[in-house]
Write a protein that binds this ligand. Structure first.
Ligand code: ADP
Length: 481
């Protein structure tokens, strides 16, 4: 199906060498139909080391170029991504499952990071510091960290890559990306467009294959100076340990368990819309998805009724169909986890208000589900569900809900709805999360810092802070003046 698409690339380019998938290649399937989409090369440690060698060479020249020259290449990449948005979206939907309209949204969102960092590349300013003696001058310059390795997940196969590659290239780094095994075609298509935009060979390499071996080669190499990872907390911890021996800079964007709070004084209709966006985008498979919905007693029943009514209008289906709202889950283990969370909740007293089981379409399609009577002794309160299940908790006071919301080892995103200005400040400041949406379920944008605290990770992506992750500060002390 993909074969006729101009952007379909099933080979990996390392420097001047091309690696074909061959019979040993990794198979990529469409989660909506289980159909095979193609194969990609199954590469490992040796090829990763080769990519690192090419990256080192390319990086030295790239870093020496004026910021404006780097910015122009990024700007061309941005334009090509936007021009090819329909093809890129189609690739995302085929290998990841999300509805086409969401896939297109992801491509444009991903492209916005390329545009933003093309602009920011020219604003990598240093500083001067008042000296402590007459004969000295003190200043700080900011230089690229060098060769960067990135490992990315399947839920945003395009944007999780641009969010790392764009700031890395803007800063003057080289970057090697290992995409998730489920979604390599989106990554390879982005690399193809980068090449067309004039990104020099070796500067941005996508390498597909064995996660452990590629990860081990990336983390053990003394030439890789930074690792940027988005994925599960367990793998993030493992990679952090692996990076310790060579003391790499690291950015980690890990799991979340986002609370979504609706106070009695909220606009309930707006809160329902916010919950739908924050909970069901990508069929509940985003790290900032609302995982726990707390509703104050005064509006609890009205909110649940409106949410159920709204959810009934959402269409489950193959993401390629124009009117689909919810695509399939990524694989069978995702379905098993969702089902296990629901069963555990029911066994502990929760009630199903909507859905609750597999969808009649079969495969990895699941019914949008709303549960009430949920409490903190249930698995669903502690773990990230990553599926289309909205568990609703009832609460009475602001103090109580802040304690409940912060009762998590994660600290990525939180949301709350209120029309009380003073409460907005109080709650916004007390929630222990890296990002807080107030009266909105959609918070992420290239201009703002994305990232978490606690076990949700380290560092930020997007905004000017996202560029700092790829820069080192160098202090120059000039004497004898
Ligand atoms: P998920 O559960 O969402 O698939 P993972 O953390 O397992 O999240 O995967 C995110 C990325 O990490 C993927 O690209 C995957 O291939 C990669 N990955 C998984 N295990 C390892 C590992 N041991 N070393 C390096 N990368 C890994």
């Amino acid at each position: 199906m993909l074969k006729d698409r101009s952007l379909l690339c099933d080979s990996v380019r390392i420097g001047e060498g091309i690696y074909e998938a061959g019979v040993e290649g990794l198979t990529v399937t469409n989660p909506a139909t289980s159909a095979c989409l193609g194969n990609v090369p199954n590469l490992g440690g040796t090829e990763t080391e080769l990519a690192i060698r090419h990256a080192r060479k390319a990086q030295a020249d790239w870093a020496a170029q004026p910021a404006k020259a780097r910015a122009e290449v990024l700007q061309r990449w941005f334009v090509l991504i936007v021009e090819n948005a329909d093809d890129l979206a189609r690739i995302i939907t085929l290998e990841q499952g999300k509805p086409l309209k969401e896939a297109k949204g992801e491509v444009l969102y991903g492209a916005s990071y390329v545009e933003w960092y093309a602009e920011e590349a020219r604003r990598i300013y240093g500083e001067t510091i008042p000296a402590t003696s007459r004969d000295k001058r003190l200043l700080v310059i900011r230089q690229p960290v060098g060769v960067v390795a990135a490992i990315t997940p399947w839920n945003f196969p395009n944007a999780m890559i641009t969010r790392k590659v764009a700031p890395a290239l803007a800063a003057g780094c080289a970057i090697i990306v290992k995409p998730a095994e489920q979604t390599p075609f989106s990554a390879l298509a982005l690399a193809t467009l980068a090449e067309r935009a004039g990104v020099p060979p070796g500067l941005f390499t996508v390498i597909t294959g064995d996660a452990r071996r590629i990860g081990a080669a990336m983390t053990s190499s003394p030439f890789v100076r930074k690792l940027s990872f988005t994925g599960s907390t367990d793998v993030g911890k493992l990679l952090m340990r692996q990076c310790a021996d060579t003391v790499k800079k690291i950015s980690l964007e890990l799991g979340g368990n986002a609370p979504f709070i609706v106070f009695d004084d909220a606009d309930v209709e707006a809160a329902v819309e916010g919950a739908v966006v924050a909970k069901f985008r990508n069929t509940g498979q985003t790290c900032v998805c609302a995982n726990r919905i707390y509703v104050q007693s005064g509006v609890h029943d009205a909110f649940v009724a409106a949410l159920v009514k709204r959810m009934r209008t959402m269409k489950v289906g193959d993401g390629q169909a124009g009117d689909t709202d919810l695509g399939p889950l990524i694989d069978v283990s995702a379905i098993d986890k969702v089902q296990a969370h629901i069963s555990d909740a029911i066994a502990n007293g929760a009630r199903i208000e909507l859905g609750g089981t597999h969808h009649s379409l079969g495969g990895t399609f699941f019914q949008p589900t709303v549960l009430t009577g949920v409490h903190h002794e249930m698995r669903i309160a502690r773990e990230e569900t990553f599926g289309p299940v909205a568990p609703v908790f009832r609460f009475d006071t602001e103090e109580e809900v802040i304690t409940l919301a912060n009762d998590s080892e994660y600290g990525l995103a939180a949301y709350f709805f209120t029309r009380d200005l003073a409460r907005s400040w109080r709650v916004g400041e007390r929630l222990e999360y890296g990002m807080v949406g107030i009266n909105t379920g959609l918070i992420s944008t290239a201009e703002a810092p994305f990232g978490g605290i606690k076990q949700s990770g380290l560092g930020r992506e997007g905004s000017r802070l996202g560029l700092d992750e790829y820069l080192e500060a160098k202090y120059l002390c000039v004497g004898g003046i």
